[in-house]
Write a protein that binds this ligand. Structure first.
Ligand code: RM4
Ligand code: MN
Ligand code: MN
Length: 439
């Protein structure tokens, strides 16, 4: 089973330092120049670098393996075989990019009988645990906790016995999460309909609220329950929690610590996600994010590869709320990507930096000037104020934040030079793979 003894090679500090040494002088010069540019705008670069250093985004355990589509999956060498291997890979990501201090687990994919051992294993590698996720969107053959099928739904199933099984699984996730030090459960269900008439919309929604209330009733103190909406897939006609409206109605019906999680890929094309973010902040119902990027739907592409401006505009809302609401504003930030054609570690390294980049750029927005342009109805200059922040190259800030944490100036280059993938490929024999596969 869990082959902890043959764990992956650990990154040696002197190796990273030697790689950094080749780039450090140029970085220092670039950082000094950017500092001067920002000073002219009345911004202290050190304030931005300090904020970026504190900013973390959780890595999803399920993204450490190769993803796939309904048509195929192309596994790469050295894929993690179990949750301990996933932790090893996530530790590499955090070691090199210093931006992903916590891992988000998915059960029963990451099921373990000894969560305390897993917690210690992760802690030894400098990692904690963010929100846990429940999977009732597929069957789990051979798993005694899931004898009934989720083919026709889980928390909203017409059969109360299936609903009870799904509720019990969510409670199990909370139990595991408590042992791991998590503070939130994220619930995403695939429940819905493929045919008009298949499902009674109103009754299914009522069953959802009732089931989620049953989970919420057992939520430990200090915990939050995150409801994740998604427009379609696997249900292609109607999904029970298809949009932020349904999610908000449910969260309001359930209770104060039940909030709405925004996965960037889970909306119709062209939807104004940054405005949804603003509305959820207004309602005090913004749970947090699953970051990824998309062109067509729930593509689960790497954060920022398609539309970095949208990512920036989302962070523009978040920074605005952070400055208006103060310390109480603390959404959960997670990546949720499917790495079908890249080495997952390289994608996670890059995506964590993309999210930090959007945050840093949003911190550069001159909010007083923007407010004046808004008040005086000057759309062109208001837009230019945002653009000025967006086009600023904050790379020296991101790299300096990493260097100061003894991480890599250029994480992907150091990762490639390390030979990690080849080393774990020797430790982790490949499993045959066929057919399609979800992340
Ligand atoms: C879903 C959704 C969930 C994730 C699964 C794997 O589309 O984004 O957050 O847990 O995929
Ligand atoms: Mn998601
Ligand atoms: Mn998704």
């Amino acid at each position: 089973m869990n082959d902890i003894t043959k764990s992956a090679p650990v990154f040696d500090q002197s190796f990273i330092a030697a790689q950094n040494a080749r780039l450090a002088d140029d970085l220092a010069r670039d950082y000094e120049h950017l500092g001067a540019v920002l000073r002219r705008r009345g911004i202290d670069i050190e304030t931005i670098t300090a904020a970026v250093s504190k900013f973390g985004v959780a890595a999803p355990s399920w993204a450490a393996g190769s993803g796939g589509t309904r048509f195929a999956r192309f596994p790469m060498a050295g894929e993690p075989r179990h949750v301990f291997d996933k932790i090893d890979d996530c530790a590499v990501v955090n070691r090199l990019a210093a931006a992903t201090p916590a891992v988000s687990l998915h059960f029963p994919w990451d099921e373990t009988e000894d969560p305390l051992a897993l917690r210690a294993y992760a802690a030894n590698r400098g990692l904690g645990f963010d929100a846990v996720n429940s999977n009732t969107f597929q069957d789990h053959p051979g798993n005694a906790r899931h004898p009934l099928s989720y083919k026709y739904g889980s928390l909203t199933h017409t059969d109360p016995a299936v609903r009870a099984q799904a509720v019990a699984h969510n409670l199990r996730c909370i139990e595991l999460g408590e042992a791991l030090g998590s503070k939130a459960l994220t619930v995403w269900i695939g429940d819905g309909a493929n045919f008009p008439g298949q499902q009674h919309f109103g009754k299914a929604f009522e069953r959802y609220i009732e089931s989620v209330q049953a989970v919420y009733a057992k939520l430990p103190a200090g915990w939050q329950l995150f409801l994740e909406h998604k427009m379609y897939e696997p249900a292609f006609y109607a999904t029970v929690i298809q949009d932020w409206g349904s999610s908000l109605l449910a969260a309001q019906a359930v209770g104060k610590n039940c909030k709405c999680l925004v996965d960037l890929g889970h909306h119709a094309p062209n939807v104004n996600i940054e405005m949804i973010v603003s509305r959820l902040i207004h309602a005090d119902k913004l749970a947090g994010f699953h970051f990824n990027d998309s062109k067509y739907g729930d593509d689960d592409l790497d954060a920022g590869v398609i539309d970095p401006y949208r990512l920036f505009l989302i962070f523009n809302e978040l920074v605005d709320a952070e400055q208006r609401n103060g310390a109480g504003f603390n959404p959960a930030y997670m990546l949720d990507q499917s790495h079908n054609v890249t080495d997952p570690i390289e994608s996670l390294l890059t995506s964590a930096a993309e999210v930090q980049r959007a945050y840093a750029q949003a911190l550069l927005v001159d909010r007083e000037v923007l407010a004046a342009y808004q008040t005086n109805n000057d759309p062109l200059m208001a837009s230019q104020t945002l653009k000025q922040a967006f086009v600023t190259d904050v790379q020296p800030i991101l790299a300096t934040a990493r260097l100061r944490k003894a991480a890599a100036i250029d994480p992907v280059a150091v990762y490639r030079a390390s030979g990690y993938r080849a080393a774990v490929a020797r430790l982790r024999p490949a499993k045959p793979s066929g057919g399609g596969g979800i992340v």
